[in-house]
Design a protein around this ligand. Structure first.
Ligand SMILES: Nc1ncnc2c1ncn2[C@@H]1O[C@H](COP(=O)(O)OP(=O)(O)OP(=O)(O)O)[C@@H](O)[C@H]1O
Ligand SMILES: [Mg+2]
Length: 360
């Protein structure tokens, strides 16, 4: 899927913007506060109906506006995402029917690297869990169903624990014990694939040559309970305790993975720049996994590509995107960082008054 054109109306600092896209690297540059992240956020919203900046998506509407729109034209489909104060929908313009979020995600997978992602190695467990969930959503057919079931079981257990329902919880404990092996197997397989990717010679090998320490990176899956004891015994042993504290102590809602440099937790050793390199690599790996499974290239979105990365790593990033023929949209404060050798489709943004404008 190649995105050919993007139109944005009444989102953040834009009353209107149009960006004709190239199939390779597209880049937006401009000063602080000029509207670069807002454009990326709007594009991401158009492809996922979510914002990476806020869970209250009505905040993306331009001041005092009641409705905002993002129209994305690709070589196969045109999608109109419409945001009102209270609703969010996507319309397939080819048949004028609503398109479900899950179908939209499958049609337009994205690989987003923004500010929060830069500290990914140091992220909270739920953030890392989202990373696993996202890849599994695309690469494992059964995962979405399983994950929905798991969320329901977790909610029901929480309800029982809060309301002292000691009989009712038994059904949900049983369901959790039953679903556990499938969830654990899929997650372990993914972590195994990640470890293999890091030891094999891949498309990302030039990053490994420049950043030698990457070779020591490895991943360790944490299933959310002690596997030597087993989930069933854990639940049994903690039955009264969970009712005392009114929340689940062990379980798949705590699954996570450690990012190690040899045997140490990577984030306690790596510099900020090294962590950003690793975060970028991890997201590009997820992109490659998704691409391999879906046979669709995810659109790469990178906010502020220059921050924390030295010139050589910036260059490697552009070289990788260029060599892989990946469609990408990058933002940067300086035009200079976007090496003209790579045939970048450049946009400049500036703010006049409180309105941002974008020009090629
Ligand atoms: N809902 C909104 N309505 C109108 N303007 C908004 C809204 N939300 C944010 N803005 C404004 O949008 C402008 C652009 O912000 P944005 O984050 O896109 O800048 P940026 O170019 O990414 O800056 P930086 O280089 O600092 O990251 C800011 O001036 C901000 O105040
Ligand atoms: Mg920004």
């Amino acid at each position: 899927m190649i995105i050919q054109n993007i139109k944005i109306q009444n989102i953040r600092s834009y009353d209107f913007a149009e960006l004709p896209m190239e199939s390779g690297i597209n880049a937006i540059y401009g000063k602080n506060g000029s509207g670069k992240t807002s454009l990326l956020e709007a594009i991401y919203f158009g492809l996922s109906l979510k914002s990476f900046k806020t869970s209250k998506t009505e905040q993306i509407l331009r001041n005092n506006e009641l409705k905002g729109e993002i129209l994305i034209t690709s070589n196969r489909k045109t999608i109109r995402a419409i945001k009102n104060k209270t609703s969010t929908i996507a319309i397939d313009e080819n048949n004028e029917k609503k398109i479900a979020r899950k179908d939209l995600l499958m049609l337009f997978p994205t690989c987003l690297i923004e500010n929060k992602e830069f500290s990914f190695t140091d992220a909270q467990p739920d953030y890392k869990r989202k990373y696993l969930n996202k890849i599994l959503f695309y690469v494992e057919q059964d995962f979405d169903n399983l994950h929905e079931k798991l969320s329901k079981i977790h909610k029901q257990r929480l309800f029982c624990l809060r309301n002292g329902q000691k009989n009712e919880i038994l059904v949900w404990n049983k369901a959790l014990i039953e679903i556990e092996p499938q969830i654990t197997t899929l997650n372990k397989r993914l972590i195994n694939d990640l470890n293999n990717f890091f030891t094999s010679n891949s498309n990302l090998s030039s990053f490994f040559v420049k950043n030698d320490w990457l070779k020591g990176i490895n991943f360790q899956y944490k299933p959310g309970f002690d596997e030597n004891i087993g989930l069933e015994k854990h639940i049994h042993n903690n039955f009264e305790k969970e009712f005392m504290i009114n929340k689940p102590l062990v379980g798949l809602h705590k699954r996570n993975f450690n990012i190690l440099l040899d045997r140490d937790i990577a984030s306690s050793i790596l510099s900020r720049g090294q962590q950003k390199v690793l975060s970028c690599i991890l997201h590009l790996v997820s992109k490659e996994f998704i691409e391999k499974s879906l046979k669709i290239q995810p659109l790469v979105l990178i906010d502020d590509i220059c921050s924390e990365l030295d010139k050589e790593n910036q260059h490697l990033m552009l070289k990788y995107l260029n060599n892989m023929n990946t469609q990408a949209i990058l933002t940067s404060i300086e035009k200079i960082a976007l090496d003209p050798k790579f045939n970048v489709n450049l946009f400049h943004v500036e703010q006049k008054g409180d309105i941002s404008n974008v020009k090629r």
